[in-house]
Design a protein around this ligand. Structure first.
Ligand code: HEM
Length: 417
């Protein structure tokens, strides 16, 4: 029996992360026991090793042969870990190990060339303008549904050539699929799985309509023409790619936009700096991503007995990588690591390579360029137009140990004339 760490913070309890991410608990763990054995509820895989320092997170992430993403999946999957669901989830590249992972990743990365992403920028700008147009004169809005949720959904629909009339239905299916561990949303594991199945159906229709009317150079085209070991992706593989793109793309970017807005509202002097100097927006986006990462953790399973950070991890143990913790490490980011500061890049020019919001190693996020672009375009539109923003009540947060999402956030601002 592995001895539990004396510092226990109930990190798998979604309520631990509900009000705000538990930065104090992470600081204690980094100082007292950076690799610590923690209690975890059975539905989240039971007890686990919590990795809270960057050096150890990098080691685990860069050794997929020793720490599997496939054995128990890379993400928590409450209620979805029966053998059949596990088998399906293992078809997502995020849950693959080498050598399969390397082969499939090539197909997806070929689809996400900087050129393909850049080609979307003009319509993303137009769309950002139309999102803000809808609320700017009102002087108030529910920021999450009316602003933050719109862009990521639009982008994934554009990437996947989804007809406009399907978008709303698709949005609610995505919410159901993602909201499984939030008791308030009252979504059962079965509902979540049904939503995933319906999304599969939509993906099949999109594939069929693309095949009937193919356009070269698009992401869906690259996926459908993707070849692994001389074989084209079959329909099932295409649909699983589609699912991971949605899961990866929608809730994360929405969370970064909502949390970013909250941070700017709570730091009006930094908001003003962006109004005075919009060139700082990419720096602000990077600091938002560092300070409040949209994934709380990913997980791995040890494939052998191995020592990490001086602790003896045994084959089969679950290891969880806590991104908010490593992003607040004073040894990496300095004594003000716990401070939100959009000018941080002036002291740390390569901030984007120092934080681990997009992971590191073989599974490094394929959508990082796209996410950054979306965020920069959104804040470039929001900051100068929604002036003097304030919270109209406390934000209503998602209950999750995986994504620190905001479900709704009413704000006010100066109405645009
Ligand atoms: C702010 C937004 C985003 C954040 C914070 C984020 C974060 C991450 C992280 C931490 C991983 C690594 C998982 C691991 O090591 O187990 C990852 C992987 C991945 N992300 Fe993202 N992501 C974001 C946006 C996107 C977007 C927009 C897309 C696609 C359009 C995307 C697609 C993927 C895919 C396909 C993987 C799996 C890569 C692999 O397994 O090789 N992500 N993401």
């Amino acid at each position: 029996m592995t001895e539990k760490c004396p510092f226990q913070f109930d990190l798998m309890n979604p309520m631990t992360h509900h009000e705000k991410l538990p930065f104090e608990a992470f600081a204690t763990l980094r100082q007292q026991c950076p690799v610590s054995y923690q209690s975890g509820a059975p539905e989240f895989g039971g007890d686990f090793w919590a990795i809270t320092r960057r050096e150890d997170l990098d080691f685990v992430s860069k050794h997929p042969d020793k720490f599997s993403s496939s054995a128990n999946l890379a993400h928590p999957s409450p209620g979805g870990t029966d053998p059949e669901s596990l088998e399906i989830m293992r078809q997502l590249i995020i849950n693959m190990d080498p050598p399969d992972h390397i082969k499939y990743r090539r197909v997806v990365s070929n689809a996400f060339t900087p050129k393909a992403v850049e080609a979307l920028a003009p319509i993303m700008r137009e769309f950002a303008r139309s999102i803000v147009d809808k609320v700017a004169a009102r002087g108030e809005c529910e920021f999450v549904s009316e602003v933050a949720a719109e862009m990521p959904l639009f982008v994934i629909c554009a990437l996947m050539e989804m007809p406009a009339e399907k978008r709303q239905k698709f949005a609610s299916l995505v919410d159901t699929m993602i909201g499984m561990d939030d008791p308030e949303l009252d979504v059962s594991a079965e509902d979540g799985q049904l939503a995933a199945a319906e999304i599969f159906g939509i993906a099949m229709e999109l594939a069929a309509s693309h095949k009937a009317n193919p356009q070269g150079g698009t992401i869906i085209d690259a996926l459908l023409n993707g070849v692994v070991e001389g074989e084209a992706l079959d329909e099932f593989q295409f649909c699983t790619f589609f699912l991971i793109l949605i899961a990866g793309a929608v809730e994360t970017t929405r969370t970064a936009t909502s949390q970013g807005m909250r941070l700017l509202i709570e730091h009006p002097e930094q908001h003003q700096m962006l109004i005075d100097n919009p060139a700082l927006i990419p720096d602000a986006v990077e600091e938002i991503l560092r300070f409040y990462p949209p994934f709380i953790h990913m997980q791995r399973t040890a494939m052998e007995d191995i020592t990490v950070g001086g602790m003896a991890i045994r084959k089969g143990d679950m290891v969880k990588l806590f991104y908010p913790s490593v992003n607040h490490e004073a040894e990496v980011f300095g004594d003000d690591a716990e401070v939100f500061d959009i000018t941080r890049t002036q002291r740390m020019a390569d901030l984007k390579n120092q934080h681990r919001t997009f992971g590191v190693g073989q599974h490094f996020c394929i959508g990082s360029h796209l996410a950054r672009k979306e965020l920069c375009i959104m804040f470039a539109e929001i900051v100068p137009r929604l002036r003097n923003p304030k919270l109209a009540g406390a934000p209503h947060n998602l209950v999750s140990n995986f994504i620190p999402g905001i479900k709704s956030m009413n704000i006010t601002f100066d109405p645009e004339q």
